[in-house]
Design a protein around this ligand. Structure first.
Ligand code: BGC
Ligand code: BGC
Length: 617
């Protein structure tokens, strides 16, 4: 086992010669990047630094006209016919434009494939990071992201804005589920595994470019406020929020996204010390830095100042969501940055550094030789093999918090099981935010998945009758009751909470389910731990299932004992007395500590629940 502390681990990796991977990834292409750079005009260089949202690009020919280096599709920018074939066509059309430019520099298309290729209809949806964190299984995370990479390449795209290596400290933050957990070591290790999954051992023609995000401090803001301020001294900031990037850099991550948040009042998008001195200098990051969605717009008094501050701080590519004719669009960005260079406010060497980094990544990925992805991958989107990997992730992500009288595993030959709760039969709820749409939605959001209710029905024996009621009625003759409760879908900006109580209606449903005397198993679907109140006492067994995604079968696999639970908390679970903001601070009151999780051979609530990985402590 590698030492838990990142410095120690890095030293060992370096000693093993693995530290050279990051550097080797770019060897041989740097000369080619320089040769290309030497031929480029200022307009061609600045174009490479621009990433425009597909919905803002009303005219695809603008890719050619402005020499754009990149296009993205944000969470709300799916094509109207959201099918893999349409996506592939769209990607090919953008690429065709780029290949018609003088120097034929291919573009990189980016997408938020943050739990599977989640924008795309029929793609397999994996558990969100919080669930993957509970697996404590780096090899599994790597395999999951390899599958995601293939589903991304299947729509013609070569860049995923993942993994998120936020170290979430306060569950009130609406992006807590995008974080693997509260431990910088765990986050660092799983983040690097994800990078290897997307990119392979080094950037090459089968890589999907990974993007570690959001640098840095996104999970540490005061009161868990999204885009807020992380307040702490530099030593703490480095240990908690910068160190988790080191394993990803060692794994050769080709891009890093800068964060909306501030550190001690200074926004990261303008933070030259952290971006240029620490990340690119000290940590030796060789890839390029991409801004977050319109994030530079928050920096200065006007757009020109925003551009000057962010580019001089070290940003290499800017994500621009606005179309021409609206404020802060890409044509304005290009005109302003051109002026800033001509006026001597942005040094030409800074532009060259940015473009060299972008070209180096493109060359290392072989996009010049293979500007289009393998069409055979399109047919594999949502395939049974891919779903099997997601199901394995679901299985390993479940954390058994309580199992009084060994209620679990349930027998498959019970006469009658009553399943209650709206969340039991709702794919949208079990997938959460960033699923088909930006904020996610309830209901049958994507084809091909299995709800928890359907999975239970597919798992029990022929003699077992499974009945369902969303409202908790029909309990009378049940031999066992399964209650599924949880949070409605949400994502960044809208998901912050001021309290973490399980909803009153969910509490009431669990108490109601108890009334006829049959044992009650509660499944919680949520993007974070919630304060359970009486719900825990009212349940005989209690499982934290996080946001498992489309593969509900993984839940049934564990409920009915085909697999034992192995998931362990990747963050402490706050109790009533703990104010959420202190939940991960030493001495804070937790209902269950970091690393807690029962299995079937460990008895009830007081089983050891200790994890076997060195990292969980
Ligand atoms: C989010 C990023 C995301 C980007 C593009 C931003 O608002 O913070 O995580 O990658 O949008 O959709
Ligand atoms: C986009 C997201 C983006 C968000 C941030 C949404 O409209 O679809 O991708 O992250 O805006 O403002």
């Amino acid at each position: 086992m590698l030492p838990g502390n990142v410095a120690g681990r890095t030293a060992i990796l370096l000693a093993l010669g693995l530290g050279g991977l990051a550097l080797r990834a770019f060897a041989g292409v740097e000369e080619r990047a320089d040769a290309l750079l030497a031929q480029m005009t200022l307009a061609e260089k600045i174009g490479q630094m621009v990433q425009v949202d597909s919905a803002a690009l009303k005219d695809k020919a603008d890719v050619k006209k402005y020499f754009l280096g990149s296009v993205l599709s944000g969470g709300g920018s799916d094509p109207a016919d959201n099918s893999p074939a349409t996506w592939k066509k769209l990607a090919d059309e953008f690429q065709t434009q780029a290949l018609q430019t003088r120097l034929k520099i291919p573009l990189l298309y980016g997408i938020d494939a943050v739990h599977g290729n989640n924008n795309v209809e029929g793609a397999v949806i994996f558990p969100h990071h919080i669930g993957l964190g509970a697996t404590h299984n780096a090899q599994l995370v790597e395999r999951a992201e390899r599958v995601t990479a293939d589903e991304v390449a299947g729509i013609g795209i070569r860049w995923a804005f993942a993994p998120c290596i936020a170290v979430s400290q306060d569950s009130r933050w609406g992006r807590s589920y995008e974080s693997y957990g509260s431990s910088p070591e765990l986050v660092g290790e799983l983040g690097a595994a994800a990078v290897r999954g997307f990119q392979g051992a080094a950037l090459g023609r089968n890589s999907v470019l990974a993007c570690a995000k959001h640098f840095a401090g996104d999970g540490g803001t005061v009161n868990g406020k999204d885009q807020g301020d992380t307040v702490c001294d530099e030593a703490t900031f480095r240990k908690m929020f910068v160190a988790p990037y080191e394993p990803s850099i060692q794994a050769g991550v080709g891009s890093i996204m800068v964060s909306y948040n501030s550190w001690n009042g200074v926004k990261l998008h303008g933070h030259k010390h952290l971006l240029t001195e620490v990340l690119k200098g000290e940590l030796g990051f060789k890839g390029f830095l991409i801004s977050d969605w319109a994030a530079i717009d928050q920096l200065g008094a006007d757009y020109r100042t925003d551009i000057e501050l962010s580019i001089n701080a070290g940003l290499d590519m800017i994500m621009i969501p606005a179309e021409i004719g609206t404020p802060h669009n890409y044509a304005e960005f290009i005109a302003d940055l051109t002026d800033l260079v001509n006026l001597g406010k942005v040094p030409p060497a800074r532009i060259d550094d940015a473009v060299r980094r972008i070209l180096t990544v493109k060359l290392a990925m072989g996009v010049f030789e293979n500007p289009r992805t393998d069409p055979a991958l399109t047919a594999k989107i949502g395939s049974p093999e891919h779903r099997a990997v997601a199901r394995e992730c679901v299985r390993e992500s479940l954390v058994l918090l309580k199992n009084e009288q060994q209620v679990l595993p349930l027998k498959k030959n019970l006469k009658r099981i009553q399943v209650v709760g709206r969340a039991a039969d709702d794919l949208g709820i079990q997938c959460g935010g960033w699923t088909i749409s930006w904020q996610g939605a309830t209901g049958n959001v994507t084809p091909g998945g299995t709800t928890i209710l359907e999975a239970i029905r597919q798992t029990v024996g022929p003699e077992c009758v499974v009945k369902y009621s969303a409202d908790g009625s029909g309990l009378e003759t049940a031999d066992a009751v399964i209650v599924v409760v949880g949070e409605m879908p949400y994502a960044e900006m809208k998901g912050d909470r001021t309290d973490l109580q399980l909803a009153a209606a969910d509490q009431a449903l669990i108490k109601q389910a108890r009334q006829n005397g049959a044992p009650v198993t509660t499944l919680l679907l949520s993007g974070r731990p919630l304060i359970l109140g009486e719900a825990l006492a009212a349940s005989d067994a209690f499982v934290a299932a996080w946001l498992p995604g489309t593969e509900g079968r993984g839940v049934a696999d564990v409920l009915f004992g085909d697999y034992k639970p192995t998931g362990k908390l990747s963050r402490p679970w706050p109790n009533e007395a703990a104010s959420a903001s202190t939940e991960t601070k030493p001495g804070a009151k937790s209902a269950f500590p970091f690393g807690f999780g029962l299995s079937y051979d460990e008895g009830g609530r007081n089983g050891s629940g200790q994890t076997k990985t060195a990292l969980a402590k």
